[in-house]
Write a protein that binds this ligand. Structure first.
Ligand code: ZN
Length: 165
């Protein structure tokens, strides 16, 4: 199992400050980071999906509910294993955005957001690929999960995921 000590955020989260980093647990092999606005430090966001032409959803963004700064949480064309290695450049064009909705078709806003990254590749193999490609090993995740937590909830809930390898 992947273990990066201290937890290292993928470079795709460059638009945010992060907090509450969590190492993988035996029953949950995901490194998770809470997101804060890089501009104002606020922790509540609205989420929107980024559309990539005929291929559908290509990524996700979070807009700060306080200052309005928009940050990319993930985009398949550049983030994750396939994105970092340039396998998905055909997704590059952004054709639109739509609010991310929950199972009850309500837009997801005024919520804390966390991003989780899963690494299925053995660490030594991952390190070898990263060195060969001049990439950071934490960028070669193969699954991303976005979590939301409203102020009246205690638990994170999964609201979006993308397999990127
Ligand atoms: Zn802000």
């Amino acid at each position: 199992m992947m273990n990066l000590e201290p937890p290292m955020a993928p470079s795709g989260l460059r638009d945010f400050a992060t907090n509450d980093a969590e190492q993988p647990q035996p029953n949950r092999p995901i490194i998770r980071f809470g997101l804060c606005c890089q501009n104002c430090g606020h922790e509540y966001f609205s989420l929107q999906e980024v559309l990539a032409g005929e291929y559908g959803v290509g990524g996700i963004e979070a807009t700060c509910d306080n200052c309005g700064r928009v940050g990319s949480v993930f985009h398949a064309s550049r983030d994750g294993y396939d994105g970092s290695l340039g396998h998905l450049l055909f997704l590059e064009a952004v054709s639109g955005r739509q609010p991310l909705k929950d199972d009850d078709q309500r837009e997801i806003g005024n919520t804390q957001v966390a991003a989780g990254f899963c690494y299925s590749i053995e660490l030594n193999e991952l390190a070898a690929i990263a060195e060969e490609e001049h990439l950071a090993p934490q960028d070669l995740f193969d699954w991303v999960v976005v979590y939301a937590r409203n102020s009246d909830q205690n638990a994170w809930r999964e609201v979006w995921e993308y397999e990127c390898a």
